[in-house]
Design a protein around this ligand. Structure first.
Ligand code: NAD
Length: 299
């Protein structure tokens, strides 16, 4: 046994990441609000804790993978939170995508309590989470980065130190703004091509050896049946929820406002994803923008 690791947040991403830590020899103590999420990890060999505080009592290395800033604040600072039973010397890795200012606030608190925290948001999606191929963008001290890398390496193939606390989130926000724009662009192009009579698989295979190629066209094509194993081929279930993408675009627009950076397409992407969320798409994978465009056209 390589030692006990705590894990809070066993959703689409966290469940895979936690499983990889078990596979690579760690014992795990986990918590999620969802009982079924906990039970599926229990079957994989994890111990279930009754709260984030209980996780903090039994481990000095903790990974969290939660939806957004309020969830992270609740899990760390709330009643029954990690900081209520924090052990000195604990290393915290928050891989949720949240507001960089909240990451900094949480890291300051960890330091006050004699621990260290890094922000370590990820890119790659559910398949990369399953196959331990994630990219981790890490914000924190040199020593915090070095310590966290030993754990993060077990769940990803790229672990990159971006700078001080909060900079992992900054990098992640930029990536996801670009991802949203490229997913919308891919969906528009695929939809147009199909309306012009092109076969979807054939069109994708052309894009993927041409200058329009991107991760959205190649690894996560939004048209059902073009690529196996991605959410579009599973009714847009699982994957990366549209509501979560909307959250990330909001973080990007806040950051753009604060730094007076023009992000015209980022702003449009935010509005499109907001309209989708108001029309029943919020729980579907963000590649469902293809389905949304189709729906508009036929109505
Ligand atoms: P998810 O909604 O599938 O999972 C979140 C989990 O957190 C759920 O199981 C939920 O029950 C749990 N949770 C919420 N509040 C909690 C609390 N107070 N205590 C304990 N557990 C709690 O989300 P996800 O898709 O796994 O994404 C997690 C984070 O990773 C998000 O910030 C997202 O933006 C980011 N992300 C997701 C993807 C992706 O492809 N899904 C890719 C990169 C980054």
């Amino acid at each position: 046994d390589k030692g006990c690791v705590g894990f809070v947040g066993l959703g689409n991403m966290g469940a895979h990441m936690a499983r990889n830590l078990i596979k690579k020899g760690h014992s795990l103590v986990v918590f999620d609000l969802s009982e079924s999420a906990c039970n599926s990890l229990k079957e994989a060999g994890a111990k279930i804790a009754s709260s984030p505080a209980a996780v903090a009592e039994s481990s000095q290395k903790i990974v969290t993978m939660l939806p957004s800033s309020p969830h992270v604040k609740a899990v760390y600072c709330g009643p029954g939170g990690i900081y209520s039973k924090f052990q000195k010397g604990t290393l915290l890795m928050d891989s949720s995508t949240i507001d960089p200012a909240v990451s900094q606030e949480m890291a300051e608190k960890a330091e006050e309590l004699g621990g260290v925290m890094v922000d370590s948001p990820v890119s790659g999606g559910i398949l990369a989470a399953r196959d331990a191929l994630l990219t981790f963008m890490v914000g924190g001290t040199e020593s915090g980065f070095a310590e966290s890398k030993k754990i993060l390496d077990l769940m990803g193939k790229n672990v990159i130190h971006c700078g001080p606390s909060g900079t992992g989130q900054a990098a992640k926000i930029c990536n996801n703004m670009l991802l949203a724009i490229s997913m919308i662009g891919t969906s528009e192009a695929m939809n147009l091509g199909i309306k012009l009579g092109l076969d979807a698989k054939m069109l994708a295979s052309i894009l993927n050896v041409s200058s329009g190629r991107c991760w959205s066209s190649e690894m996560y094509n939004p048209v059902p049946g073009v690529k196996e194993g991605v959410p579009s081929s599973n009714n847009y279930k699982g994957g990366f929820g549209t509501a979560l993408m909307l959250k990330d675009l909001g973080l990007a627009q806040n950051a753009a406002g604060a730094t007076q950076s023009p992000t015209p397409l980022g702003g449009m992407a935010l509005n499109l994803y907001r309209i989708m969320c108001n029309n029943g798409f919020s729980e579907m994978d963000f590649s469902s923008v293809y389905k949304f465009l189709q729906k508009r056209e036929s109505s």
